[in-house]
Design a protein around this ligand. Sequence first.
Ligand SMILES: Cc1ncc(COP(=O)(O)O)c(C=O)c1O
Length: 425
Amino acid sequence: MSERVAVPPPASAARPSAVAGFDVARIRADFPILRRQVRGRPLTYLDNAATTQKPQAVLDALMNYYVTSNANVHRGVHMLSEIATEAHEAAREKVRAFFNAASAREIIFTRNSTEGINLVAQAFGRWKVQAGDEVLITAMEHHSNIVPWQLLCEERGAQLRVAPIDDSGALLLDGLEALLTPRTRLLSVTHMSNALGTVNPIATLVQLAHARGIPVLVDGSQAAYHMPVDVRALGCDFYVATGHKLYGPTGIGVLYGREALLEEMPPFLGGGDMIRSVTFEKSTWNDLPYKFEAGTPDIAGAIGLGAALDYISQIGLDHIGEHEHDLLDYGTAALAEIPGLRMIGTAPHKASILSFVLDGIHPHDIGTIVDQEGVAIRTGHHCAQPVMERFCVPATARASLAMYNTRSDIDTLAAAIRRVQAVFG
Ligand SMILES: Cc1ncc(COP(=O)(O)O)c(C=O)c1O
């Protein structure tokens, strides 16, 4: 059975942000879990790239939905079903506004980013990709933006091409451009690398691809909670994000797709809600976005995500990005002072990720020892094994930042790393 922990009231002494007007102490007070202790120490949560913690507003929205409004959507004429349907569609509208999509018809709820990418790989890919065609990704992708394309390419007899990165972890634009060929059917690229922190110039990549008539999918799993995303300004055709990194619940994600493409694409999963009519001979498809939402959706998850987006928007992603950038600079300088520490991922344009290795110490041991100090970081290949191979390391230790982190968290991390070195002599 899992450990039950009493959460004490908010601590008052969080170190202020270096960014004027960014009240990090107030933000921290909104996240109940940050008040708990881990191994007898205050929690220092630096595993945000894996998942972020949830503000009280999200927890309240989930609880309120189940306590007052739980019913299935789109199916009932009774009052609770109407309330649930309205709340679900209101959440879709919040997602539309958050990403500045032109229409809520372009917002498809998924389980997570992984499902969004698989949806495009199956629905768009099976429609457009034939034997001899190519799908282009980059060398910094998460497995979620590699494996669905491998499955598709294997099935269709197509080729997966990989654009190179340099030793800092920055994308080589010339290298990518050279791989945009008349056979390229899609460019699928991450907005921000989870293993390196590199932020890619999406608008430029979209221009390069569109000049050749090639659609672009952007994996926004990491970027969406660190910087404002405007899908129309980026010009991309598809954009995926995952709720649990956006301070929302697990089990809910978002796929934005350009309406004209979604209209033409065949469905992904078949079942209830995605149909207009069914006979044993033939079925026809529902309107967007429902054509791509088979079965009962994660209603509570969507409502919780809507509350998370409200919360983020109220603080402002510009401010959040500025605060996190200060922490990234502070952390980069603090870790640079530790002898034997090598940073993996030093691209000029990066965000919120401090990925590193220590001479002679396996990242797993780093993670285990800093955990004794209450510091939560991630160690391993971060679902990006090709990135590890590119940098000739089996794994890294990764501290990743979110809006509620402080310079004190970085100091605690740096002290914990020095303790790891002391343990290993
Ligand atoms: C860049 C990137 N893409 C995709 C994913 C997959 O997200 P999910 O597991 O929520 O589908 C992650 C998760 O870490 C990620 O960082």
